[in-house]
Design a protein around this ligand. Structure first.
Ligand code: KG4
Ligand code: ZN
Length: 338
């Protein structure tokens, strides 16, 4: 018998609901919150309010698009954390309320595990689940980790950022350039036209598999400040070159440690997940790295790399197989390790 899961994601600024039947995606509805754009970042209070008004129509639409009703749902999977607490509370409380009224069991999902399991989503155009074991470079707005995955729910963190995440590095650099939030896609777009070797920025010197982006961020800040003093038009006149150089440096920082992890573990199945995995430069770098090590690269479609409920529903499916249900007293967690 096929298992049908409703997934709910509300950890940051997107409200999303999805339906999967086993690993086959039936619907994935995302309501983006434009309200944060004018502030240049996510305002937690506004995010919670927007989730509150979006969640009922988003879940309703996901069910309709999948051709399902609540009577078809075997479990409700929701993001427990990590994320903004007020945002997580909306999804968690909604899942709990729905469970009480329908008697459908709930499954709590770690958002980061969800990002990695997005690689297992199947749809009409995509069906390329990684072979185990694989190494995943998990790069999002809040996290940057190298994760060894030996089974759908068996994950081990080999390295992590000690300060900013890769997405934050993109977003902060973009903000310095006067680009709108989120800056990652803007830099990606501008970088296509620029010279990645035009400018050099600092890279960290950390011995283990951990990441750091704070030195890089400071080097971009000082570089721009000095050049703008000489020429107030500097950013405007060199935008594409700066974007391309910023992107190249972030990718080199990411790939350097990832390659080290491949060497240390001998694992040659490599994958990428999380919002920054949408970056065209990083996708190219991962493919080239796989060729270099004679391994295999797994890159999910862009729509599954940024926050979405399909990945939460898939994670819910694997937890359903283990009968890993959550009690109704469950609470969200702002910090939550894999
Ligand atoms: O995974 P995600 O949607 O949310 C979190 O869980 O954090 O990741 C969002 C991050 C943002 O920092 C955004 O700038 C970045 O992913 N991002 C990109 C691209 N698309 C999204 N960064 C670089 N290039 C992109 N194309
Ligand atoms: Zn995310």
């Amino acid at each position: 018998m096929a298992v049908t899961i409703l997934g709910i994601e509300s950890s940051c600024d997107d409200t999303s609901a999805a339906i999967v039947q086993d690993t086959q995606l039936l619907s994935n509805v995302i309501a983006n919150q434009d309200v944060h754009k004018k502030y240049g970042g996510v305002i937690p209070e506004l995010a919670s309010r927007a989730h509150q008004s979006n969640i009922v129509p988003v879940v309703d639409t996901a069910l309709k698009q999948a051709g399902k009703t609540l009577a078809d749902i075997d479990a409700i999977a929701f993001t427990r954390g990590p994320g903004l607490l007020g945002s997580l509370l909306v999804g968690t409380s909604f899942a709990k309320g729905l469970s009480i009224s329908t008697r459908i069991p709930i499954i709590e999902v770690n958002h980061l595990q969800g990002h990695i399991l997005s690689l297992f989503i199947k749809d009409e155009n995509y069906d390329n689940p990684p072979e185990f074991p694989f190494l995943c470079l998990l790069v999002s707005g809040g996290h940057t980790q190298i994760v060894k995955v030996t089974a759908p729910l068996k994950m081990e963190i080999l390295g992590s950022t000690i300060d900013d995440a890769a997405g934050e590095a993109f977003d902060k650099a973009a903000k310095m350039l006067g680009l709108p939030y989120p800056g990652g896609p803007e830099i990606d777009r501008l970088a296509q036209e620029g010279n990645p070797d035009a400018f050099q920025f600092a890279k960290p010197r950390i011995k283990n598999l951990d990441y750091s982006f704070s030195g890089f961020k400071t080097s971009v800040l000082y570089f721009l400040r000095d050049r703008m003093k000489e020429n107030p038009e500097f950013i405007k006149n060199n935008l594409a070159d700066i974007a391309a150089s910023v992107q190249k440096t972030i990718i080199e920082i990411l790939i350097d440690k990832f390659e080290k992890a491949i060497k240390q573990t001998g694992i040659k199945n490599i994958a990428i997940a999380g919002g920054v995995a949408a970056n065209s430069g990083i996708q190219k770098a991962i493919s080239e790295l796989a060729d270099k090590i004679k391994g295999k690269a797994y890159i999910p479609p862009r729509k599954y790399t940024t926050d979405n409920a399909a990945m939460i529903a898939i994670a819910g499916y694997y937890k359903f197989l283990e009968k890993d249900f959550a009690p109704i007293t469950i609470e969200p967690l702002a910090r939550y390790n894999i």
